[in-house]
Design a protein around this ligand. Structure first.
Ligand code: NAI
Ligand code: 15L
Length: 267
């Protein structure tokens, strides 16, 4: 797997900084972008400041790009006026620029918060009706619909990854189900970039955890095979949080605390 030029948006963020050194081996040139300052360009890198809401900047950013890993944007719950330019207008600008510049494929960092109002007792497939738990989750649902539209209308392919909790280690009970290791994230991105035909596919981004809420049967053609698991952390995390009140919304719903955040308190 070797692209001429890969673009990583959100390169100044937590996942962007983790992914940047890992992605270099899959391309001749790695172009990285963000709103915020980034590390200077190393060998085979190009660093571009580009706000997602700036249409002209996005058109220039996509020039000569074969495939995109779209990780930029608001990554937690915020007022709708903050989410709108970055995640909704920004996603549109990215797709429109990709179409105009002839980019072949986008890997979209979607989120489990697209379906955060499903219960923690349920196991869902990727084609369930979205139940966003926040304006943030709603904006990711828009991004997935945008991806579907650009495939159906223009043949631009996307893998939307509904990332669970991508962290070095699981930190709490919820992460026993939602955790995605850094190495499995890399495996998933490589699969999403290299699968021969993806159309618009949706895959949950989680490791091979024993407890799971997500069934990736519909995304098998993408070829993702997780190799890590949250299980080694189970005993210590359950000891740390021995009592959970199952009536608390953050324990009832897959989205966890996201269902309680924002301007309209849940309970
Ligand atoms: P982060 O908040 O650390 O990074 C996001 C980056 O996007 C930041 O560097 C920020 O400056 C940039 N950004 C924000 N608004 C922008 C704009 N208008 N124009 C250009 N750049 C802008 O988030 P993190 O954790 O690195 O997540 C990366 C992506 O993965 C996000 O899209 C997030 O929604 C998604 N994701 C992450 C999960 C996780 O476990 N970390 C879980 C689910 C989804
Ligand atoms: C997300 O979508 C967020 O970007 C990340 O910060 C985590 O909170 C994650 O979901 C999660 O659900 O744990």
């Amino acid at each position: 797997l070797r692209f001429k030029r890969l673009l990583l948006t959100g390169a100044a963020g937590t996942l962007g900084r983790m992914l940047r050194p890992r992605l270099k081996r899959y391309c001749e040139t790695l172009r990285v972008s963000d709103l915020a300052a980034m590390e200077p360009a190393g060998d085979g890198e190009e660093v571009v400041i580009a706000p997602l809401e700036d249409e002209a900047a996005m058109l220039a950013l996509l020039e000569g790009v074969d495939a995109v890993l779209h990780f930029g944007g608001v990554s937690v719950e915020k007022p709708f006026s903050t989410v709108l330019p970055a995640n909704i207008v920004g996603a549109y600008n990215l797709y429109e620029a990709a179409r105009r510049q002839g980019t072949r494929r986008i890997v979209f960092a979607s989120s489990n918060h697209v379906t955060g109002f499903y219960g923690q007792g349920e196991t869902i497939l990727a084609n369930v009706v979205p139940r966003p738990d926040s304006f943030y989750g709603l904006s990711k649902a828009f991004g997935e619909n945008l991806a579907q539209y650009y495939f159906d209308r223009h043949g631009l392919e996307t893998v939307s990854i509904r990332i669970g909790s991508c962290l070095p280690e699981p930190q709490d009970r919820r992460h026993l189900a939602s955790w995605l290791s850094h190495d499995d994230m890399e495996r998933l991105l490589v699969a999403a970039l290299s699968a021969p035909v993806v159309g618009h596919s949706i895959v949950y981004g989680c490791s091979d955890n024993r407890t799971t809420w997500w069934d990736n049967a519909q995304g098998r053609h993408v070829g993702y095979r997780p190799q890590d698991s949250s299980e080694p952390w189970r005993a210590q995390l359950e000891a740390k949080q021995p009592h959970i009140d199952p009536t608390r919304p953050e324990a009832r719903y897959q989205g966890g605390v996201f269902v309680t955040q924002g301007p309209f308190p849940f309970a």
